[in-house]
Design a protein around this ligand. Structure first.
Ligand SMILES: C[S@@+](CC[C@H](N)C(=O)[O-])C[C@H]1O[C@@H](n2cnc3c(N)ncnc32)[C@H](O)[C@@H]1O
Length: 403
C-alpha cells in the first residue's frame, strides 16, 4: 500500500496535493486510453475525423527519423539540384546518382510524399514546395549534413540522457570542454575552421531577421561577441555605412574572421579581437553589443560571466542585443523546441532558454529596460534588447529616461 501511495502524485510527500483540475485531467487521461472509447471514436462519424488526424500526427512523430534521412539522402545525392536543372525520370536520376533505379525509385516516391519533389509530366520528377528552399540555401543543406552527428548521438537516447559527455556532438565544438569543467584542450585548428564554416553558412537567416527587425542606424559602434567568421558584422557594415564594427571571438576564430574581413575589403571598418570572454575583458568603445547564438551554448554560470563582461564593456546608455532560438517562442512549448533541447544536450553544457530566463540573466548582470523585439521567423532566432542604465544606481535621482 505504501508503495502504491508513493507512486501517486501528491501522496509521496514531495509535492503539493493534486488540484481538482489535475484530478479531472487524470480521469480524462484514463478515459482517453480506454480501448472501448477508441473503438467508439473511430467508428462514430462525429469523431472519426479527429481520430484520423491524431493518428496521422502520431505516425509522423514515429516516422520522423525516416523523413529526416530521406532529406539527407536527397541532399547527399544532389537530387534536388538535378531536377532543378531539368525535370528527370527515375532512370535519368538513377544514372546521375549512380544507384539502381529500383531502390532510387523508393527515395523519389518518399521525397514526393514529403513534398521535396513533385511528379511532372512524362513520368518525370520536379522540385517540390519544400525542396525549393533546400536547394536555394546552402545553410539548410549544411545543417542537414551536420545533423548526421546528432542523428548518431540520438541512436540511443537513454545513453545520451545518462551521459551527454560521450556525445560526438560534444567533440565537434571544442570550446564546450571549458564549460564541462576541464581546461580547454588544444584542438586542431581545422576543428575551429569546420564549425566556423558551418556557422557562417547557417547565419544568413539570422542576419536577415536582425536587419529587418532592429534600427541599427541609431548606433555608432557595434561589437559582435562570439562573432565567428564575421558574416554578421560584414552585413552590418554594408547595410549601415555610418557604423564602425568590432568582432570578438576565440583567437583561432578571430584570425579566420580577420582573413574574411580583409578579403571582403572591409578591414578599414571592422577590427577583430581574439580572446576568451571568460578570461579577457571585451574591447571597449561600442555603444551596441550583439550576441548571436552564443548564450545557448553555455551553462548559466558562463552566461552570467559573459553578460557581466558585456555590461562592463558598454558605456552608460549602451545596449545589448541578444538573438538566438528560444524555448516556447509563442508562450507554450513548440514543435521546434525538442531539436534544440537535444542538440544542446549533446553539445555539452548549454541549454535552450525561454525569453524570460534570458531576461532574468540579463537583469542579474545589470541590464534594464529589457524587451523583446518582434521578428518574422521565431524559429531562426528571437531577439531581446537590454540597456545599461544612463546612471549609476547611487545616482538614481539623476537618471535620464532611456526611451
Ligand atoms: C554557435 S557559434 C555562433 C557564431 C555566430 N555568432 C553566429 O551566429 O553564426 C558560437 C561562437 O562563440 C564563440 N565562442 C565560444 N566560446 C567563446 C569564448 N569563451 N570566448 C569567445 N568566443 C567564444 C565560438 O568560437 C563561436 O564562434
Amino acid at each position: 500500500m505504501a508503495a502504491l501511495d508513493a507512486a501517486k502524485p501528491g501522496l509521496s510527500g514531495d509535492g503539493p496535493p493534486p488540484s481538482w483540475r489535475d484530478r479531472l485531467a487524470g480521469r480524462i487521461d484514463r478515459w482517453m486510453t480506454s480501448p472501448a472509447l477508441n473503438r467508439w471514436a473511430s467508428a462514430s462519424p462525429l469523431t472519426r475525423w479527429l481520430v484520423r488526424r491524431r493518428s496521422a500526427q502520431l505516425f509522423g512523430l514515429m516516422a520522423g527519423f525516416v523523413h529526416s534521412q530521406v532529406l539527407l539522402a536527397c541532399v547527399r545525392l544532389r537530387v534536388l539540384e538535378h531536377v532543378l536543372a531539368a525535370p528527370r525520370t527515375a532512370d535519368e536520376l538513377a544514372g546521375l546518382c549512380r544507384l539502381p533505379t529500383a531502390s532510387l525509385q523508393r527515395l523519389l516516391d518518399s521525397a514526393v510524399a514529403l513534398r521535396l519533389l513533385e511528379r511532372r509530366g512524362g513520368a518525370r520528377y520536379g522540385l517540390g514546395s519544400l525542396g525549393a528552399p533546400v536547394v536555394s540555401h546552402a545553410g539548410i543543406r549544411d545543417m542537414v549534413e551536420h545533423n548526421a552527428v546528432l542523428y548518431h548521438d540520438l541512436h540511443d537516447p537513454l545513453a545520451l540522457l545518462r551521459d551527454p559527455n560521450q556525445a560526438h556532438m560534444h567533440r565537434y565544438w571544442p570550446y564546450t570542454e571549458e564549460d564541462a569543467g576541464g581546461a580547454q584542450p588544444p584542438a586542431p585548428e581545422a576543428q575551429f575552421a569546420r564549425y566556423s564554416a558551418l556557422m557562417a553558412s547557417s547565419q544568413r537567416f539570422v542576419i536577415d531577421e536582425l536587419l529587418a527587425a532592429y534600427p541599427f542606424a541609431g548606433h555608432r559602434v557595434v561589437l559582435d561577441v562570439g562573432g565567428g567568421m564575421g558574416g554578421w558584422v560584414s552585413a552590418l557594415a554594408r547595410q549601415h555605412p555610418q557604423l564602425q564594427l568590432k568582432l570578438f571571438d576565440l583567437p583561432l576564430v578571430a584570425a579566420l574572421a580577420a582573413d574574411a574581413v580583409q578579403r571582403a575589403g572591409l578591414a578599414g571598418r571592422i577590427s577583430t579581437h581574439g580572446g576568451s570572454f571568460t578570461q579577457e575583458p571585451l574591447p571597449r568603445g561600442a555603444d551596441l553589443v550583439t550576441l548571436l547564438r552564443v548564450a545557448h551554448d553555455h551553462p548559466d554560470a558562463t552566461v552570467r560571466t559573459l553578460l557581466r563582461a558585456i555590461h562592463e564593456a558598454l558605456p552608460l546608455g549602451g545596449a545589448l542585443l541578444l538573438a538566438e532560438p528560444m524555448a516556447e517562442a509563442g508562450g507554450a512549448p513548440e514543435p521546434g523546441d525538442p531539436y534544440f533541447h537535444f542538440y544542446l544536450l549533446a553539445m555539452g553544457a548549454g541549454r535552450l532558454r525561454t525569453p524570460e530566463a534570458l531576461s532574468a540573466l540579463m537583469a542579474e548582470a545589470g541590464f534594464t529596460h529589457i524587451e523583446r523585439v518582434p521578428n518574422r521567423f521565431a524559429l531562426h532566432a528571437q531577439i531581446l534588447v537590454g540597456r545599461k542604465a544612463r546612471c549609476l544606481p547611487a545616482n538614481t535621482a539623476e537618471c535620464v529616461n532611456l526611451n
